[in-house]
Design a protein around this ligand. Structure first.
Ligand code: PLP
Length: 381
């Protein structure tokens, strides 16, 4: 019998909920119509896509016509940045403001724009807990700014930004405001109207939905150029035959989420707080990275003196515990985190960081075992 893995990497991805899978299966089987076809089978697929669109729109207080399905969070981030900046050229709006701690889907798109005439990019610094300084944001935004893009919550350290006030600053200069809400969608309510969000990125696989499907919310009237050209799908904003099973799964996962999100946030927050106390008080040389308030309830990120994250992750894996270095791990090699570097951490503390992210199957025992294993591994330093 194989032992159960203690999975503490829900910020990387979540398992597909069985109800989501059941909702998807018919669309991988008999109900295979193309939503663009006029016949009954096509129209059946079209209705399923539109129903998911309605569910997702309702969950964020948007209109259905403002939801554009994409292949995931990465594509939605790319579409927002390139789409708005390209459209901005005609109005002399060629400046992007974003932050040093964005996900690479935003950061690398921003770096590409920075190397492309006529665009310019300002990268906002963050404080030691990962919060964007309002003064720095105010100083960076100007009348040439097309877009301000600040992630709702950081995927490595869980810092939740004050989106409403950043959106207000963008609007004061006539710029649009985009937020990557991939990590918050399953953790807290999001009201795009109330927060003043013009564009927002969502991804299904962080909320017990399938991988490879996400959405860009773009408020009506926002001027953005499509990234994909071809067919007329997604109101000519995203060409390509829709991923119908994925979209159906995303809709179902969103519908289910509304039943569990707030309860889970409470439960995981309490478990996480106990785990943080256990680790920081029980392991000399450990520190919690990121904020103590305004933090995603399921996130804990630690650094440890005299070790490195990769060794620690492998030792944890040997003990049946799945955690993460927090940042993307490209072809098995772990890059030092740009997020932790932006907090001003010493290089050795950046290199020793490990992220634990909690989810549906996490129970108190898992975290007690994990804390004990960490203590055992680190005692030998
Ligand atoms: N943005 C954030 C904050 C994320 O955490 C992720 C995934 O890790 C993405 C974007 C990318 O989303 P996807 O995996 O759907 O492309």
């Amino acid at each position: 019998m194989t032992e159960r893995t203690i999975y503490l990497d829900y910020a990387a991805t979540t398992p597909v909920d069985p109800e989501v899978l059941n909702a998807m299966l018919p669309f991988l089987g008999d109900r295979f119509g193309n939503p663009s076809s006029v016949h009954r089978m096509g129209q059946e697929a079209r209705r399923a896509v539109d129903q998911s669109r309605d569910t997702i729109a309702a969950a964020i207080n948007a209109d259905s016509s403002e939801i554009f399905f994409t292949s995931g969070g990465t594509e939605a981030d790319n579409a927002a940045l390139f789409g708005v900046l390209r459209a901005g050229v005609a109005r002399g709006r060629t400046h992007l403001v974003t932050t040093a701690i964005e996900h690479h889907a935003v950061l690398d798109a921003a770096m590409r724009l920075a190397r492309t005439v006529p665009f310019t990019v300002s990268l906002l610094p963050v404080d030691q807990e990962g919060f964007v300084s309002p003064e720095a944001a105010r100083a960076a935004i100007n009348e040439r700014t097309a877009l301000v893009s600040v992630m709702h919550a950081n995927n490595e350290i869980g810092t939740i930004q004050d989106i409403r006030s950043l959106a207000e600053m963008a609007h004061a200069f006539g710029a649009y405001f985009h937020t990557d809400a991939v990590q918050t969608f399953g953790q807290m309510p999001i009201d795009v109207e109330g927060l003043g969000i013009d564009l927002m990125t969502l991804s299904a696989h962080k909320i017990y939905g399938p991988k490879g499907i996400g959405a860009l919310y773009a408020r009506q009237g926002v001027d953005w150029h499509p990234f994909h050209l071809g067919g007329q799908q997604e109101r000519e904003k995203r060409a390509g035959t829709e991923n119908v099973p994925g979209i159906v799964g995303f809709g179902k996962a969103t519908e289910l989420m509304r039943g569990w999100r707030d309860r889970e946030a409470q439960r995981l927050g309490e478990l996480r707080d106990r785990f943080v106390r256990d680790v920081t008080e029980g392991i000399p040389g450990s520190r919690l990275n990121g904020p103590t308030t305004r933090r995603l309830p399921n996130n804990a990120n630690f650094s440890f003196t005299r070790t490195d994250g990769e060794t620690l992750l492998l030792a944890l894996d040997m003990a049946g515990i799945a955690a993460s270095s927090g940042s993307a791990c490209a072809s098995g090699s772990i890059e030092p985190s740009h997020v932790l570097a932006a907090l001003g951490l010493e290089e050795s503390m950046v290199r020793s960081a490990v992220r634990f992210s909690l989810g549906r199957q996490t129970v108190a025992d898992d975290l007690a075992i994990t804390a004990d294993v960490l203590k055992r591994i680190l005692r030998g330093r």
